[in-house]
Design a protein. Structure first.
Length: 78
């Protein structure tokens, strides 16, 4: 049997591409998502809170919503 080579973080080098952006402040990371079976579109920043009850609650969701971020509530949350 031929063994497959296993890679770890030391084996992989990610080199960033060259960018013409002068400042990180000028970067817009907002995204627009169109749902497949709906006419709705979600415009947000693709950053989501964890769906753990110790992480996401109503207060956290309100703060994240001010920045246009997505909150993922735990499944037992009303």
């Amino acid at each position: 049997m031929m063994s497959q080579r296993k890679l770890n973080f030391c084996d992989v080098l990610i080199v960033p591409q060259k960018s013409l952006i002068m400042s990180r402040q000028s970067v817009d990371i907002n995204a627009s998502y169109k749902f497949k079976f709906s006419t709705h579109t979600l415009n947000c920043t693709p950053i989501m809170s964890s769906n753990m009850d110790t992480v996401t609650n109503v207060q956290t969701a309100e703060i994240l919503a001010e920045h246009n971020w997505v909150s993922v509530f735990p499944k037992h949350f009303n």
